[in-house]
Design a protein around this ligand. Structure first.
Ligand SMILES: Cc1cc2nc3c(=O)[nH]c(=O)nc-3n(C[C@H](O)[C@H](O)[C@H](O)COP(=O)(O)OP(=O)(O)OC[C@H]3O[C@@H](n4cnc5c(N)ncnc54)[C@H](O)[C@@H]3O)c2cc1C
Length: 283
């Protein structure tokens, strides 16, 4: 296990301090070798939905390696993927096998584990509606547990998976599809994202969850908050629910801007925006 490892490179925001301990688990045996572990723990997948505090995380951070990146196509349109498999790779593997329902994943730069935990989704689809089984390594008990989606208490961008439950693998069920049509669908989604989101910048996707029947981006935009800046972090001028970090940005700038926008929206509309991003190592 490595000590005091900088976590910023493992996140899309590229900010934040070190992990007190870092376990790069290449295999399940590496997780097993931990035994039952009672201390504070956090898993980092592709780091595309989290902000690590400038002081880092004072516990154990787990990252999964290549053995957890495999994608297998089974019978009955079942796709099984390791938790470290990138979602776009899952979408492309499914399309190649003429399995539909995965195209939305092509534009989400996270991992299968992160998607299962966060119930990632877009364009009217989400992880909860496709997942069939989830295999979890429980760091506290040192045991592998198989879970059905009914046990995960899924709701919008949420599951009941706790920080000590490491998703190691998940299987999903798709629908019948045509490879060419699915590839066209994925190209359309990619183009839409390029046109509407601040690609090529350091961000972590949607900052806030959408309130019921509304969009956080619309609310922030309508209040004229696009371009609002704190230090080296600003509300994107392209999509108001994306906050963009420039080189030299800090995690406290990001957190400060999230709090500032949330309180401005609350004061002026009465709407309480709730962050979708996960804050690691903050009070
Ligand atoms: C440009 C951009 C666009 C995005 N668009 C979307 C979108 O359309 N829809 C959407 O839902 N999200 C979107 N996101 C957010 C993000 O990609 C998803 O939430 C993704 O599922 C997070 O996966 P990750 O591996 O990056 O997780 P991380 O950011 O690493 O972690 C997020 C949470 O999941 C936990 N976690 C990660 N891996 C595991 C694991 N193996 N086991 C247990 N817990 C784990 C972490 O501890 C943390 O709590 C976007 C992000 C970006 C940067």
């Amino acid at each position: 296990m490595a000590e005091f490892v900088d976590l910023a490179p493992f996140t899309t925001y590229k900010v934040g301090g070190p992990a007190r301990w870092l376990l790069n688990a290449e295999t399940l045996t590496d997780l097993e070798s931990l035994g039952p572990y009672p201390g504070p723990v956090v898993v980092i997948g592709r780091g595309s939905n989290l902000v690590v505090a400038d002081d880092g995380f004072p516990g154990l951070v787990i990252r999964l390696g290549n053995e957890f990146s495999l994608i297998a196509i089974g019978p009955d349109r079942v796709v099984t993927a390791g938790a470290n498999a990138p979602l776009p790779a899952v979408a492309r593997a499914a399309a190649k096998a003429s399995i539909g329902g995965f195209s939305w994943m092509v534009g989400v730069p996270g991992s299968v584990g992160g998607a299962v935990r966060m119930n990632a989704g877009c364009f009217g689809s989400d992880t909860a509606s496709m997942v069939k089984t989830v295999s979890v390594w429980d760091v506290r008990s040192g045991e592998r547990v198989e879970k059905l989606p009914s046990a995960l208490d899924y709701s919008y961008r949420m599951s009941n998976l706790a920080a000590h439950e490491v998703v190691v693998e998940a299987s999903f069920v798709g629908s019948s599809g045509d490879t060419k049509d699915l590839e066209t669908e994925m190209r359309t989604i990619t183009r839409w994202r390029r046109d509407h989101q601040p690609g090529g910048t350091h961000n972590a996707g949607s900052v806030f969850k959408n309130p019921a029947d509304d969009a956080a981006g619309r609310i922030i935009d309508d209040l004229g908050l696009k371009g609002t800046r704190l230090g080296k972090v600003s509300v994107s001028t392209k999509h108001a629910n994306f906050f963009v970090a420039e080189p030299g940005a800090t995690a406290s700038d990001i957190r400060g801007l999230v709090d500032l926008v949330a309180s401005t929206v609350h004061d002026r509309t009465g709407i309480q925006l709730v962050p979708e991003m996960v804050f690691v190592g903050f009070d």
